[in-house]
Structure formats: structure tokens, C-alpha cells
Design a protein around this ligand. Structure first.
Ligand code: PLP
Length: 420
């Protein structure tokens, strides 16, 4: 990531990025923690929310709170327009062919569970295989394990190398006539690795296998074009892209969504119900049973507007520079070992410090106002692969600064001093 021509161009643009102006949009960043300015470096877990998003939620509840798709009254019409307007917005944001391909979920986990349950029920039989990688979040492991156990199918794992990159030849070797789906993370939350998705998807498609992409850590940092990727399913969470919690998106190619049975039954996902049988609704409603999370869908739409206003090219240019700086400064620390050193990375930097448990690091950093994540990051197999119990992870957003990275480094030296 650090030495390409693309990144050099990016740096030039990054120097014009007005981060102080952006920080004003995030009131939560203006506070002190334990008497020190808050330095929020846990963005991979949850990103912060700009004022415009909170204002949109307030407006919804104060001015037009009502159910969607049902009422002919004024408030319901406004709510329905805002809800469906967001679906169109997300269609364009992801460059999906149709707004019928955009399903609102509770988040990434919910989207993967939806596909695992529906795919399992509709298309998986004994002896079939699902391929995932060794760097998946538990959300992209456990739903497949559960489904495989239920259907008598098998989970196959693409191994990763010491840098935290998938071993492509091993992936190739795993694909066979029993493979029914590949489900793979776009950007690893614990290693920061950005996977070569186009190659992964092309290879799967050459064998007739569809691919689900876990985009939870991709959308905050990079523009995703589902048609260019040619993925069959793509999932992400709102709370990692500056939107509210409890909402997310599943994109699915129309031909797949038409083929799959509904995940849950209930209101809104039906056209007609008798005690004998039910006729399911058209897409996308077939997969949205019950009253949806209307306010937060609308909030997510405003968060997407916000990201687009800042602009992905400016975001990735600025963040690339931040990560490069973080890696450079962290490398200066004796006894620090990076976990994950992929050539292509984004968002997060994970490391361990000799003789100090990550939880102690996290606690001491917190006293310095620095919020990082310590633990297994819901990727226990990654910890097993690298033979560490946990790591410390600093993860970045476009409102972070180099001064905050300096503060992280200073706090880490304090940790080292305390343990020496
Ligand atoms: N996948 C990845 C790569 C993640 O980083 C996360 C959350 O950290 C998830 C899935 C799960 O996301 P959520 O908890 O929003 O469903």
C-alpha cells in the first residue's frame, strides 16, 4: 500500500484534507476522557456519527414517525418516501442494477445469517461445501457452521500466510464440484488485509460458484461497486459507516434473491395469506418481514450522503497517509510486533507488545484518553493462526489525525515504562 504511484498521488490530495472542519461535525470527539482529550481509534468496532445523522433521526421522530408501506395518511407517505428513497440511494451508492437488490437488515451479521439460512434451506444438501477464509469475523464463520451442521454440509477454510494474506493456490485447490458458495471478507477487521476480491470472485465464477462479500470494513474506507466486483451478495453495517446502530444492508443479485426462499415470515413480506398457504411478496420485501427499522434506515441514508460529500478519493488518500504514518511510528517501538502485514491494507493496525498483555495496554491507554480495541476482535481463528491470545488494534477514520497517532505512541511508551 505504501509505495505505489497511486498512493503518491493520494498523498498530494491528502494534504488538502480539512480534518479540523470535519471533526466539528462529530460532537462526540470534542470531549475529554479521564481528563485527557478523547482519541478515538476504535473505528473498526463502531464509527462516530455526525450531527446531520442525529438531526435526521430527531426529525423523523418529531415530525413524521409512522409505519411504512401501510398507511395512506400523510405521515406514512412521508416515512415511506424517505425509507424507499434511502433504498434507491444505496442502490446508486453500491451501483446495484436495481433497488430490488437492496435489502435492509440489522447489520452485517444479520445479512450473512439471512443468506446462510435461506441458501441452506433452499439450495444446500448433504456433502455440499461452503468455502470461507481463515481471516473471517465470527459473523462469517458461525452462521455457516450452523447451516453446515443442519444440512450435513462441510465448511472448507482458505489458509492465510504469515503476512495475513490468503494463499490463492490453496483457495484454487478448495474449489470443486461440491462447492456451493464462497463467503469472504473484503477487508479484515483484525489484520487490516484487503483481499484481492476480483480474482477471488472470478475464480469462483469460473467454476459456477457464487460469492458473498463481507464488506463491513470496506465501505467505511473505499468505494464499492458491486457490478464491477461482480459479487453475488454484499453485506455491510451502518454503524461502521457513520450511521446509526441496528441497521445494515444486504445486496444480492436479483436472480439469486428470486431463487432463495424467505428468511423470516410475517407482515410486509407477503402478497396474500390464507391458513392453507402464503404467496410471498416481490423483491425486496420478500426479505423484510415485519416493521423495519425506519428511522435508522433514513439515518443511514444521511450518513451515506455525508460520506459522499467528503468523497472516497479524499477519504482513502487521507487514511492511507494516516495508516502509513501509524505503521512507521509503531515500527520505531522496540518489542512491538505487527499481526498482519499485508501488502494491501486498510483501516486497522494490529500489534502485540513483548511481555505486556493487550488488555493491560488497553486499560493504560484508556487512562490516557486513547480508545483502542484489545482482544480477539471476533476473529479467534486469526489469533490461533498467529499464536497470540489477543492483539491491540488501532483503527482509523477520516476524522483522526497524525497528532492522535503521536498521542497513541506516547501512551504506548508509558505502557512500556510501566512494564519494564
Ligand atoms: N464482519 C466484519 C469484517 C466485521 O468487522 C464485523 C464487525 O466488527 C462484522 C462482520 C459484524 O458486524 P455487525 O456486528 O455490525 O453485524
Amino acid at each position: 500500500m505504501t509505495n505505489t504511484t497511486k498512493d503518491f498521488t493520494a498523498d498530494t490530495r491528502a494534504s488538502h484534507f480539512d480534518v479540523e472542519k470535519i471533526r466539528k461535525d462529530f460532537p462526540i470527539l470534542q470531549q475529554e476522557v479521564h481528563g485527557k482529550p478523547l482519541i478515538y481509534l476504535d473505528n473498526a468496532a463502531t464509527s462516530q456519527t455526525p450531527t446531520v445523522v442525529v438531526d435526521a433521526l430527531r426529525k423523523y421522530y418529531f415530525e413524521y414517525n409512522s409505519n411504512v408501506h401501510r398507511g395512506v395518511h400523510r405521515l406514512s407517505q412521508i416515512a415511506t418516501d424517505a425509507y424507499e428513497g434511502t433504498r434507491k440511494k444505496i442502490q446508486h451508492f453500491l451501483n446495484a442494477k436495481s433497488n430490488e437488490e437492496i435489502i435492509f437488515t440489522k447489520g452485517t451479521t444479520d445479512g450473512i445469517n439471512l443468506i446462510a439460512a435461506s441458501f441452506g434451506r433452499g439450495l444446500i444438501k448433504q456433502g455440499d461445501e461452503i468455502v470461507i477464509s481463515a481471516m473471517e469475523h465470527h459473523s462469517n464463520i458461525v452462521p455457516w457452521q450452523m447451516m453446515c451442521e443442519e444440512r450435513g454440509a462441510k465448511l472448507r477454510i482458505i489458509p492465510i500466510n504469515d503476512n495475513g494474506e490468503i494463499i490463492f493456490e490453496a483457495y484454487e485447490g478448495l474449489l470443486n464440484e461440491r462447492t456451493k458458495l464462497v463467503s469472504i471478507v473484503h477487508t479484515s477487521n483484525s489484520l487490516g488485509t484487503v483481499n484481492p476480491l476480483r480474482e477471488i470472485i472470478d475464480l469462483a465464477h469460473s467454476k459456477g460458484v457464487p460469492v458473498l462479500v463481507d464488506g463491513a470494513q470496506a465501505v467505511p474506507h473505499t468505494h464499492v461497486d458491486v457490478q464491477a466486483l461482480d459479487c453475488d451478495f454484499f453485506v455491510f453495517s451502518s454503524h461502521k459507516v457513520f450511521g446509526p446502530t441496528g441497521i445494515g444492508v444486504l445486496y444480492g443479485k436479483k436472480e439469486w434473491l428470486q431463487k432463495l426462499p424467505p428468511y423470516q415470515g410475517g407482515g410486509d413480506m407477503i402478497l396474500n395469506v390464507t391458513f392453507e398457504s402464503t404467496k410471498f411478496n416481490d423483491l425486496p420485501y420478500k426479505f423484510e418481514a415485519g416493521t423495519p427499522n425506519i428511522a435508522d434506515v433514513i439515518g443511514l441514508g444521511v450518513a451515506i450522503d455525508y460520506i459522499q460529500k467528503v468523497g472516497y478519493s479524499a477519504i482513502s488518500a487521507y487514511e492511507n497517509e494516516l495508516i502509513r504514518y501509524a505503521v512507521q511510528r509503531l515500527s520505531e517501538i522496540e518489542g512491538l510486533r505487527f499481526i498482519g502485514q499485508a501488502k494491501k491494507r486498510a483501516g486497522a493496525v494490529s500489534f502485540v507488545l513483548e511481555n505486556v498483555h493487550p488488555h493491560d495496554i488497553g486499560t493504560i491507554l484508556d487512562r490516557e484518553g486513547v480508545a483502542v480495541r484489545t482482544g480477539h476482535h471476533c476473529t479467534q481463528p486469526v489469533m490461533q493462526r498467529f499464536k497470540v491470545p489477543a492483539t491491540t488494534r488501532a483503527s482509523f477514520a477520516f476524522y483522526n489525525t497524525k497528532e492522535e497517532i503521536d498521542a497513541l505512541i506516547k501512551a504506548l511508551y508509558k505502557v512500556i515504562e510501566m512494564f519494564s
